[in-house]
Design a protein around this ligand. Structure first.
Ligand code: SF4
Length: 490
C-alpha cells in the first residue's frame, strides 16, 4: 500500500498552526477555500516582498538562492552548493529537517562557524510574532546541522529617507527572546505533525477569539459560514470573550442580563441596543453640532498610500502620501458642486495636492470629514513640507468638523453593532448609496489601484484605474453629504 503523502511545514504554515490548527489544516489541504485577498492585504504582501528584495542590497557579495519556493529540491541543492563553496552570507537559504522546512531571508556565517539568522520584516518595530518565526527557523537550522548563535530582525526605519537604502532598515538583535521561545518549538511541531499527513482529519472548526479569526481567509468561507447576525466577536471587547465562550455564548441575542452587567460601559450599551433593535439619537447634541457648520460646507476625503519601500525621493518608510481627494461643496442656496484631484504621474503627489487644495477650498466655510485624524494628519504633513501654503492649510485644519464623532457617539443604530465606519453607517442608513458596484470598494483597494496606475505602461489600464479611483473617492464625499441630510432631517 502506498504511504500517504506528507507535506512539509513552511514557516508561514508554522505560524498559522500556532494561531489555529484548523487554519493550518486548511492551508495544507483545502487552500482553495480561502477568501480572495482584499486590496489592503494584497498591498501589504506585495510591499513585504519588495522590502525583502530591497534588503538584498545591504548584502553585496551575498549568494542569493534564486529558486521558486515550490521547488524545494532545487532550493536545497543550491543552498548546499553555496554552503560548500564557503559563502559567508546567503539570501533565501533553504534548510530542511524531517518534514520541516524554512527559507531564511539572510544567514551570515560567523567566525566560529555558527550562523547569524536575520528575518526581514517590513514593520517599523519587532513584533511578538517575529520571535516564534525566528525560533522555528533556528530550530530547523540547528536540527539540520547549522548552529545559530545570533538572531535579528531587520525592520523598516521610520526615520530613513529614500534613496539611502541603508537608512531604510534597522537591525535589532532578538537572540535572547528567541532563546526563550526555542523550547516551545518542538512540542508545537509534534502537535502539528499529524496534520501534515494526507487524509488527516480537519481539526474542529470553531470560532476562536476574533483576534485570531479576524483576518483569517477561512472565516467566512469555512468556519463562520452560515453564522448570521451579531456574534460576541463582532461586538464585545476581547477581554470579556473568554467568560462568554465558557458559557457557550456565540450570538449577542443570547447574552443574559446578568452577563451584560459584567461588560464595560460601551459594550453594555451596544449589546442592549442590538438586543432591543433600538436606535439611540441624542437630538440635542446633534442639533448643537449642526449649528456650528458654516457655509459653504466642504466635504473632503483623501486617498493615500503608505509603503515600507518609499516610492519617491526624500520619503521615509510608511509615510502617508495623499494622492487624491474628492471635494463636494454645499452652498447655502442648496447648490452642490464637486471638485476632485487625482495625481496621475509617478511622482510625489504632495506639492500638487497642496496647491490644488488651496485653490479649491476657500477661506470661509466648514470642512466636513469622516474621521478627522486621517485628514488632519495629511494636511499637517503638507503644512510641514510647504510653508508658503501653511496659513491656508492651517486654516483648513481649524475648520474641520468630524462627522464620524456624531455616528460614533450620538447617533447609534443597532445595525451598526459596535462600528461607526462610513461604510457601515451608509449601508444601514442609505442602502441605495452603496460601494458594492464600484471597481474599488475600500481604502486598501484605492492605494493598490493608484500604485498599479502609476506603475503601468498600459494606457487603457491606467485610464480604467483612474476612473475607478475617482468614482470611489467621490462616493465617500457624496456619502457625507447624504449623511448630513439624514442628521438634519432628524
Ligand atoms: S476562522 Fe478561526 S477557527 Fe477557522 S481556521 Fe481561521 S482562525 Fe481557525
Amino acid at each position: 500500500m502506498p504511504r500517504p503523502q506528507q507535506k512539509h511545514l513552511s514557516k508561514s504554515s508554522f505560524l498559522a498552526g500556532l494561531d489555529c490548527p484548523r487554519k493550518l489544516w486548511q492551508l495544507l489541504w483545502d487552500r482553495d477555500s480561502a477568501a480572495p485577498y482584499g486590496g489592503m492585504s494584497q498591498l501589504i504582501m506585495e510591499m513585504g516582498t519588495r522590502f525583502g528584495v530591497l534588503a538584498h542590497q545591504l548584502y553585496p557579495g551575498a549568494t542569493l538562492i534564486d529558486v521558486d519556493y515550490r521547488n524545494l529540491d532545487q532550493a536545497l541543492r543550491d543552498t548546499q552548493a553555496a554552503l560548500e563553496s564557503g559563502a559567508k552570507t546567503i539570501l533565501e537559504a533553504c534548510f530542511v529537517y524531517d518534514h520541516f522546512r524554512v527559507m531564511s531571508d539572510v544567514v551570515e556565517r560567523q567566525a566560529d562557524g555558527s550562523w547569524h539568522l536575520i528575518e526581514v520584516k517590513s514593520s517599523t518595530r519587532v513584533k511578538d510574532e517575529h520571535i516564534p518565526d525566528l525560533a522555528y527557523q533556528q530550530w530547523v537550522m540547528q536540527q539540520a546541522g547549522f548552529p545559530v548563535s545570533r538572531c535579528s530582525v531587520l525592520h523598516a526605519n521610520r526615520d530613513g529617507s529614500w534613496p539611502d537604502v541603508a537608512s531604510i532598515f534597522n537591525l535589532v538583535d532578538v537572540t535572547e527572546q528567541v532563546k526563550h521561545w526555542l523550547p516551545d518549538v518542538e512540542p508545537a511541531l509534534e502537535a502539528m505533525r499529524p496534520l501534515l499527513v494526507q487524509g488527516s482529519t480537519a481539526p474542529e472548526a470553531r470560532p476562536l477569539f476574533s483576534r485570531v479569526c479576524h483576518d483569517c481567509p477561512f472565516k467566512k468561507t469555512v468556519c463562520w459560514h452560515g453564522i448570521e447576525g451579531f456574534t460576541i466577536y463582532d461586538v464585545i471587547n476581547a477581554r470579556y470573550l473568554p467568560a462568554l465562550e465558557l458559557e457557550g455564548i456565540l450570538y449577542i441575542d443570547d447574552i443574559t442580563a446578568e452577563q451584560i452587567e459584567n461588560l464595560n460601559k460601551k459594550d453594555r450599551a451596544n449589546v442592549i441596543r442590538i438586543q432591543q433593535r433600538r436606535i439611540d439619537i441624542n437630538h440635542q447634541v446633534i442639533t448643537d453640532r449642526l449649528a456650528e457648520l458654516v457655509y459653504p460646507i466642504y466635504f473632503l476625503d483623501f486617498e493615500s498610500i503608505a509603503t515600507p519601500v518609499p516610492l519617491f525621493d526624500r520619503i521615509a518608510p510608511w509615510k502617508q502620501l495623499a494622492f487624491q481627494y474628492s471635494l463636494h461643496i454645499l452652498h447655502q442656496d442648496g447648490r452642490l458642486e464637486h471638485r476632485e484631484y487625482l495625481h496621475r504621474e509617478a511622482s510625489d503627489p504632495s506639492a500638487a495636492v497642496a496647491q490644488r487644495l488651496c485653490q479649491d477650498i476657500g477661506a470661509v466655510g466648514s470642512i466636513v470629514v469622516y474621521f478627522a485624524n486621517m485628514e488632519r494628519g495629511v494636511i499637517n504633513s503638507l503644512i510641514n513640507q510647504f510653508p508658503d501654503s501653511a496659513p491656508a492649510l492651517q486654516s483648513m485644519t481649524e475648520r474641520m468638523w468630524d462627522l464620524h464623532v456624531i455616528f460614533e457617539k450620538y447617533y447609534r443604530h443597532w445595525q451598526f453593532g459596535s462600528k461607526s465606519s462610513i461604510k457601515v453607517v451608509l449601508t444601514t442608513l442609505i442602502p441605495g448609496l452603496s460601494y458594492k458596484d464600484l471597481g474599488i470598494q475600500e481604502g486598501g483597494g484605492a492605494s493598490l489601484g493608484w500604485l498599479r496606475m502609476i506603475e503601468s505602461d498600459d494606457a487603457a489600464l491606467k485610464e480604467s484605474l483612474a476612473r475607478d479611483l475617482l468614482a470611489y473617492c467621490e462616493l465617500d464625499t457624496l456619502a457625507m453629504v447624504e449623511l448630513l441630510k439624514v442628521l438634519e432631517e432628524g
